[in-house]
Design a protein around this ligand. Sequence first.
Ligand code: SAM
Length: 165
Amino acid sequence: MQQSRLDLFVDRMVSQRACLDHAAALIADMPGPVFELGLGNGRTYHHMCHIMPERDIYVFERAVASHPDSTPPDDRVLLGDVFDTLPEAQRRFGPTAVLIHADLGGHNRKKNDIFAQNVSPVIEPLLAVGGLMVSSDKMYFDHLVEQALPDGAVHGRCFIYRRDV
Ligand code: SAM
């Protein structure tokens, strides 16, 4: 039987948490900033602040409308379309991000997939060697290597990639 929308939502949420917890533990000893692509309500941003309290977390969002408890300081927001702000970030930070989390999609799976194909090459140069990318959508990277999911994550609801070289 097909999953309900509620089933899919729950799977996405538990997968995001499991993958973020796993990735944060793996990069714990690496110096460098963390990027959150798509603030939305701010739930995953809030979780990232919770599990990585010492980290500089930069948020990429075109219009901040998050819960007040999950709103980043102004100097940590790169406001605008990611196709503009990610290249700006590349010039500003270089390949230094140790963890990039992306949850930029909406309800239309086909549109999300096309978006993922277009945004992957703009994300890829930002990741440090050894850095991890966690995404709610399958991405299309030239050099990042897909990783096994941790316990608790649901296959197809979250993806983890690593820059090895
Ligand atoms: N992970 C978030 C949370 O836990 O609340 C939810 C993120 S929500 C699904 C997706 C967010 O991505 C929206 O706030 C939307 O404005 C943002 N977004 C989508 N496309 C974008 C783009 N091209 N540039 C910047 N932000 C974008």
